[in-house]
Design a binder for this molecule. Sequence first.
Ligand code: AR6
Length: 183
Amino acid sequence: MKSIRLIQGDITIQKVDAIVNAANTSLLGGGGVDGAIHRKGGSEVLDECQQIRAQQGGCAVGEAVMTTAGLLPSHYVIHTVGPTWQDGQHEENQLLQNAYINSLKLAEQKHLQSIAFPNISTGVYRFPKFEAADIAITTTVDFMKNAQHVQEVHFVCFDVENFKIYRQRLAQIDTSDVQILGI
Ligand code: AR6
């Protein structure tokens, strides 16, 4: 049975096939979860990000790329770039949905079974947390219904506010395709 698991804590200790990084278009690291992933993953992660930059000049908003996870307990890091919240009139919702879909598609293409997401765009990029949680959850549940390989998705909430929002929203999910755990 496919499952979605809610977790409160640090994504860098997740033992899954891939953890997702809320990166920026440069792929060179930054603050927040991006900083934590590069710090703990070590230089191998940055080296592969630099190779991707050399090939394609970075990663556009809503797109996703994959590297090794270096010293992290997961196998891969999927780096995606969420939108910066402006006023809701700059395709922010669509771009956030793209970030989730393209990360999940990459996992599916690589035949990965388990993937962990942070709450993309809800830190430095200031996306409203309720709306971001709705987009993350509905997009993921829809994707999982037809997934061949992705069986297990973790939503890892670092801050209590996001955790509470996810717990409330996940409790309302009504589907027989995906089991909701940890709420
Ligand atoms: N594990 C899980 N979630 C975390 C962790 C962690 N170790 N640390 C922070 N979060 P942010 P963004 C949560 O700012 O809004 C970076 O500088 C945090 O509580 O990391 O997409 C990049 O380089 C929040 O809910 O990412 C970009 O420039 C969520 O992760 C920019 O920030 C996302 O917050 C991206 O901004």
